[in-house]
Design a protein around this ligand. Sequence first.
Ligand code: 5GP
Length: 178
Amino acid sequence: MKTVQILDKKFALSINEQSIQKEVTRVAQEINRDLKDKEPIFVSVLNGSFMFTADLMRQITIPSKITFVKLASYEGVASTGVIKEVMGLSEDIQGRTVVIVEDIVDTGLTMQRLLETLGTRHPKEIHIATFFVKPDKLKVNLNIEYAAMKIPNDFIVGYGLDYDGYGRNLPEIYTLVE
Ligand code: 5GP
């Protein structure tokens, strides 16, 4: 089995490039079909989604725009824990159809926060496109219309996802070997 060593951890190949690209194509086709007359604005969430976004957008054939945001985590006051602030949304999304492009939805708390923040800018509607979702870990109720792959609760790297900053460049997915 093909493995990679990243810092102190070993990861084993779990999803190959071909399987990834097949699902990207399927999601792109669904979006092209569903949002044909809506001129969507894709909002790509950096850093993790850069690879999925690039692959996806090459297969989007309908008129659309793309913009990028970044989430900054900081410790909230009192007991609110880690809050994620959305940075860099320069595009006017008022009255527009928005598609959030994420790498992975785990607990869903990040996505919930994004939906709340983008919602204050009065878009017409917001759709969610994520490459991965871990359905068993979802803590909040989200309508994820475009999910490329559903995966178990393991920690993964590659295809934009990192371990301590490394591994984002891997074109396939590797799972942590415990
Ligand atoms: P959530 O708020 O949904 O719990 O977390 C989403 C974020 O957690 C993702 O954007 C990603 O940064 C990180 N994350 C969740 N699961 C994984 C994983 O298996 N591997 C990596 N590299 N990051 C993950």
